[in-house]
Design a protein around this ligand. Structure first.
Ligand code: PGA
Ligand code: ZN
Length: 447
């Protein structure tokens, strides 16, 4: 492989690494002709949506079938040689070549985990060749470019209490998160959510529940006999922290309803031993919105219940963001369908659901053009990498969700955002709480 110029891909190597759950994942390093290097380790979810790009796993006995040696063989045998010599600063070109080599829409043949590893490592190497951080390269590629206005730091959503697939089903709903809507800076935002986490731990302890249990994303967890109690405990935590509920800190909930609901609209709540139909389930969520300072609800219904989602938009209050994760699966066609059907007003963006940086970027652009909010998100199985923070800033996503304020794979992203805020000073501004309203578009927030 002979590089023709400094930003041409000269070598692509990959190996099996571990994610934050101790499961194998694909790690990749791309080196360019001029010596620039990009390195990425791919995240992986637990509550995986049916419409995500498909990661390749080995099966068999090794790591209970979770091994990724076959994906790595495809990466080093096919994907790497196919991008050799390409200009790594041309992300669209590299990603198009990767898609072409895989040849399947969901990237299942070589594995979306193999494809994303090369896409990310090439993108990072390309940025290094340009002598700029990834966020800056992405921002420069935005319509309007990096020069327009202050750099937007994302409003964080921090996981405080976990259930569902992230905490062995302690409750049915997956995550209750704190949103520091009153923060004046990113550093202040993190301080607020860290206080909420500590105070919520103390609330659990007073009830005789152990705060030592730490869920996949670093959240607290404890078995409860009713789902609403999980929301209530975080709200109690906000108040116990001495914060004004809904003013300093609000709440977001990821229901992850595909995990316990059906496309036909039956919601089986195991911890309560009851089943609700769609109308009753939505009425219950509307009740939560009246009783608690909820600014965002994610995956309220099953991922294939399109007509139900349109109903949810009518039933749930306007001030509350309706966020699609499994619903959209970071897939541009599904986002377009959602826009046509008016089924949600924000899109969760997980690069590994898409499979390439370019695909994820298209989703962000499509959503922003239509006035939908965008939330860049980590996975429950994540890594020590920090590029996710750069994506959120470079794309002006406005919101980010990476888990709790503890566990190093989570703090790696928070710490990268703290670094950017420190370096940019007054050239950066934290996104405000306006990002959540269904009547507000992200473009309005930019001014
Ligand atoms: P996952 O969870 O990474 O397990 O899918 C994150 C989420 O649902 O938002
Ligand atoms: Zn989710």
């Amino acid at each position: 492989m002979k590089a023709r110029h400094a930003s041409a891909i000269a070598s692509v190597v990959a190996w099996e690494a571990l994610d934050s759950r101790g499961r194998p994942t694909v790690a990749c390093r791309v080196q360019l002709g001029g010596g620039a290097v990009g390195r990425a380790i791919v995240p992986s979810g637990a509550s995986t949506g049916a419409h995500e790009a498909v990661e390749r796993r080995d099966g068999g006995e090794r790591y209970d079938g979770w091994g990724v040696r076959s994906a790595i063989s495809a990466l080093t045998g096919e994907l790497g040689p196919a991008v050799a010599g390409l200009d790594a600063t041309d992300r669209a070109l590299v990603d198009a070549r990767l898609e072409e080599v895989d040849g399947t829409p969901d990237l299942a043949r070589t594995g979306a985990n193999a494809v994303l590893a090369v896409s990310l490592a090439s993108g990072l190497a390309g940025a290094q060749a340009l002598g700029r951080p990834l966020w800056h390269v992405l921002a420069a590629a935005e319509p309007g470019g990096a020069a327009t206005g202050r750099t937007l730091l994302p409003m964080p959503m921090a996981n405080i209490f976990s259930g569902g697939a992230h905490a062995a089903g302690a409750v049915d709903i997956q995550d209750v998160l704190a949103v520091p809507v009153g923060a004046e800076s990113f550093a202040h935002a993190l301080e607020i959510v860290a206080r909420v986490r500590a105070a919520t731990a103390a609330v659990l302890q007073r009830r005789g529940l152990s705060p030592a249990l730490v869920a996949d994303e670093g959240g607290l967890s404890a078995p409860m006999s009713d789902n609403e109690a999980a929301v209530g405990v975080v709200c109690e935590g906000i108040e116990a922290a001495g914060l004004r509920s809904g003013v300093d800190a609000a709440v977001a909930v990821d229901l992850a309803a595909s995990q316990f609901g059906t496309a036909e609209g039956r919601y089986h709540l195991r911890c309560e031993d009851r089943e609700l139909d769609r109308a009753d389930w939505l009425a219950r969520l509307a009740g939560w919105c009246e009783r608690y300072p909820i600014v965002s609800l994610e995956d309220v219904l099953h991922e294939d219940d399109w007509s139900g989602w349109a109903e949810a938009v009518k039933v749930l209050p306007d001030h509350c963001q309706l966020l699609g994760d499994d619903l959209f699966a970071t897939h541009v066609e599904r986002v377009r369908e959602g826009i046509d059907r008016r089924s949600a007003n924000a899109v969760l963006v997980k690069p590994n659901q898409a499979g390439t940086l370019t695909r994820a970027e298209h989703v962000v652009r499509e959503a922003q053009r239509a006035g939908l909010g965008t939330v860049v998100s980590a996975r429950s199985g994540d890594t020590e990498d920090t590029w996710l923070a750069d994506l959120a800033v470079g794309w002006r996503a406005g919101q980010i969700k990476v888990g709790s304020t503890m566990r190093s794979e989570r703090t790696a992203k928070w710490n990268r955002l703290l670094e950017l805020e420190h370096d940019l000073g007054r050239k950066a501004a934290l996104a405000g709480p306006e990002v959540f309203g269904r009547s507000t578009s992200v473009s309005e927030v930019r001014t």
